[in-house]
Design a protein around this ligand. Sequence first.
Ligand code: ZN
Length: 585
Amino acid sequence: MSRAPALQPPPIHVETLGHLQRSGLLAECQVVLPTPAAGRTGGPTGEASLSGYMTLGSYKFHLRVGLPLAFPLRLPELTVLSVEPQLELPHLVGDHQLCFESETNLLLDRRDPWGIVQESLARAREMLHRLITGGRAEEFAQEIVAYWATPARIRLDCDVDATERPHLTQILFSKQVPIAVADDPFAYGQSRRERRADDLARQNAIYIPIDPVAVDPEFDPRELMKPEGIRKYIRALPEADRREVARLLGHCTQRQELVVLGVKRPRGERARVGVWFPRVRGKHPLADELAQDLAIPVALRRRDLAFLAPRGGAGAELQKRQVLIVGCGAVGGHVALILARAGIGQISLVDPDSFELENTYRHVCGMAHVDLTKVQGLRQELQRLIPYVKVVPYEEEIENLLVRQPEVLAQHDLVISALGSPTVEMHLNERIWSSTKHPPAIFAWLEPLGIGGHVLATHVPKAEGFSRGCLECLYHRPVEEGPLENRAAFATPGINYTRDVLGCGSTYLPFADLDSLRTAEMAARFALRILHRQLEGAPLVSWKGDALAFEKVGYRATPRFDAISGPFSEEQVAHVRESCPVCAS
Ligand SMILES: [Zn+2]
């Protein structure tokens, strides 16, 4: 039988470990170079390491310094092999690896591998010193979620509010296997692909807030892996909470029980860790002072919006805001997805059209929902990616919706229109301005062949009333009795830029996905500024693209296009028309 030869560690690794051995930073050093068997027993094949002793106060740490194959692009791995006298330490993960530094914050000088090893050992020494001179309980409480992940043999999704008082929550089972613990199974169900929880069996579980550091300065999280250890911290709760725990435990009477502990941390909010009692005989192990039931640590993976949204830069405060998107084509599709990712709670979609194969290369949904309405397809896509967004579908023309349900505008915090139809948009603009109860609106539209796009904000409230300037203001009649023209236009008005591939009903304006994405991004930025009340006036912003393809086919750009020197133009009042019949009255 042949065996693949062991990878040789790079010479620089061997050299660096030799340097460390001679440096005296660690005592009784032993260099371990990989052997063919190391792949099975030790670290990954090819990884060189050194073990040695570091003495701090009365403690002697046996450390292993491993150089990952990618070193010096990656930090050395420091493992605590043993401590004498015996001591449980926080900041150890997985195989007792020491979290002495986060690589994401560091720029390593890859030309100085020895410097990296020295610096790593210095930081590890600092951390170990801090841990033996006090504050270990605080560090354990602070880092308990990471600590808990190592012994945990069960992992559950978690949407439990870490309240200051005990409360009942629910374990959710799929085919008798626990998959989650949630205060509100319905809300949890909305975040599943199935968007429901009624297929899951439920059972009560108890949430108990504890403050181990205040109770025991020698707090060691292993205590919480036994019923008597948890009972110790319950006994230290205020009397009202103790009674409440006793009462709630009366509702937890199954053969298997889950306890969620809300561990108070010195900094930041309470951590959530779980303890599973798989074989309960008689009373709940926390209700019986003598019970010594088997307890299994459960890692809880937070799945609640309050935790996830800020981690992605989304604003949890936008969860209550409702945006109406009129037109779910290329621009509207991008806008909807950007706003869902920004944390908007409700997005209403208006569009009567269905997806066609021709949409494939210029819609966020690609070819995924051909033959579905754009509203339904986009709704599925949004909820698949960001399950916390509620999508309200209107599979109809906006002009019909406004007749059927005139109050729809006032029911939203913002209207964004990307219809690509100036006539209907002028009508919508007028309707927006017809009531002080109506929200601000954003109009977004594209120019042909990548020469640009525009976004206009209007009906933005100010101290008194609304800032002047609207879509109607933009249009004028250069020739008396002649057609209306958009003064922002880049493509010379009066020319039909749509293309026709198959005859009636299949005309389209030529533009690419990047053009609609850019326009959608500007519209979404306006939207967020409006929702955060950071936008004033009625700004019109235009982005200017390359006119090469446009002019190549013989088209001419407008003087406004030629006059804009940079890639963007943002103007505040230049377009406001004193005699505007919509916004001046
Ligand atoms: Zn106006």
